[in-house]
Design a protein around this ligand. Structure first.
Ligand code: MG
Length: 409
């Protein structure tokens, strides 16, 4: 079962304004396009202004009638964008599957992070606290098994709250809600549904599906899947929204690496995981590899080298990273962390070299290995060297220890 979070920053614009100017705290705050313009509208409001009846989209003078103490501030979009990015940096500690929905909401697929960080609810709690402590902003989070229910959860209780919608409680929780709470049910769909006596999400879920598709067509069928909890679209990868400059992973091993065989094992795991991600992202072949080494005294080095030819292959990364290691780490060593990243993606033509002639053949083998791992798990096919110490494989490096492409590696 997937674990999906929907995180919603509460009263985002107004909260950022209060961060930038703490004297606004406790006051009734209305954010608007331009204060000069008396016909301007309210873009966002603080929690207490909301309680006074101030609504987004309201003309300023109407808002002032409802809430005479309203303090108007001009929207600072560049600041909202930078706060939004800071919040996403926090999400990236848990997953690279982050799909923004506007500037203040994101879906996160944390299915593969549960082993490392705890249940969906625990991850939500960590995110709630971190965003609050580090940025002084509150979030409401829905935890569920699909995007639509996660979104319902973040709306259910706010601000500064977490709601879990599980297989056990969704009929009690979701099915009693008005149908208008469902994602993409606007006012007119709501009216049409209500005319047919479909008032709650539960009503929609249990209505005869032929009836729904006759009345609403394909769109109705889609909405009914939402109501039934059968929506199953993927949370998009964060990287799909921005150009990827590098792909890398690092591992802090459970014990120090003291032999070249130890190093080879970890570089094998890292190279395979980086190669798998490069192939997943379909962003062409990188021509540069970077090796990161940190020893048990926490001294670190970073070394970069051009690959012999642009490549998506794990074995090329492994070979290059190992050569870099041997060249740069002399004598006795005790290594705490290793990282491998690749960059310089080139989608265009490349020079043909002797080695690259073999590329197609190797590439097919590489794909076959990825497919088997995808189907049967990461442990199904390990290179002999890795079997020397299987503890290194406790976690799947493709989905954990993920270093964000724009990261420092
Ligand atoms: Mg919000």
């Amino acid at each position: 079962m997937r674990v999906i979070l929907h995180v919603d920053l509460n009263n985002f614009y107004a909260s950022v304004e209060m961060k930038l100017d703490p004297s606004l705290k406790g006051k009734f705050v209305g954010v608007c396009g331009s204060i000069e313009n008396r016909h301007g509208i309210i873009l966002a409001k603080s929690e207490n202004a909301k309680k006074m009846g101030v609504k987004t989209g309201m003309v300023i003078k109407d808002a002032l009638k409802l809430c005479p103490e309203l303090v108007l501030v001009e929207a600072k979009h560049d600041k909202y964008i930078s706060y939004s990015n800071l919040v996403r940096d926090i999400y990236r500690k848990y997953t690279d599957k982050i799909e923004p929905f506007g500037i203040d909401e994101c879906w996160l697929d944390v299915t593969n992070s549960v082993k490392m960080f705890g249940s969906g609810e625990e991850i939500a709690e960590q995110i709630r606290q971190t965003v609050k402590n580090e940025l002084g902003l509150t979030v409401s989070i829905g935890v569920s098994f699909n995007k639509v229910f996660a979104k319902l959860g973040s709306d259910y209780k706010k601000p500064d709250a977490i709601t879990v919608i599980s297989n056990d409680n969704y009929k009690n929780l979701v099915w009693n809600m008005g149908v208008e709470n469902l994602l993409f049910v606007g006012r007119s769909t709501k009216q049409k549904l209500e005319k047919l006596n479909i008032k709650t999400i539960g009503n929609l879920a249990i209505t005869d599906s032929d009836f729904i598709s006759k009345k609403f067509g394909k769109w109705g069928e889609t909405l009914q899947t939402y109501a039934k909890g059968e929506e199953n679209s993927e949370v998009l990868l964060d990287e799909e929204h921005s150009e990827i400059k590098s792909v890398g992973n690092s591992i802090t091993s459970y014990r120090d690496l003291v032999t070249l065989d130890d190093v080879k094992i970890v570089l094998t795991i890292l190279s395979e995981s980086v190669s798998a991600r490069v192939n997943d992202y379909k962003i062409g072949k990188p021509d540069t590899l970077t090796l990161f080494v940190r020893d048990s005294e926490l001294v670190s080095i970073t070394r970069q080298v051009k690959l012999d030819y642009p490549s998506c292959l794990a074995e090329d990364y492994e070979k290059t990273a190992y050569q870099l290691f041997i060249k740069n780490v002399k004598g006795k060593f005790s290594i705490r962390s290793l990282g491998v990243s690749v960059s310089g993606f080139n989608k265009g033509d490349e020079q043909i070299s002797f080695d690259s002639l073999n590329y197609d053949k190797k590439s097919k083998l590489n794909d076959a290995v990825s497919d088997i791992k995808h189907k049967y798990g990461n442990e199904s096919l390990l290179k002999g060297i890795v079997l020397k110490d299987k503890k290194f494989m406790k976690e799947d490096p493709k989905t954990e220890h993920v270093v964000h492409p724009d990261g420092h590696l």
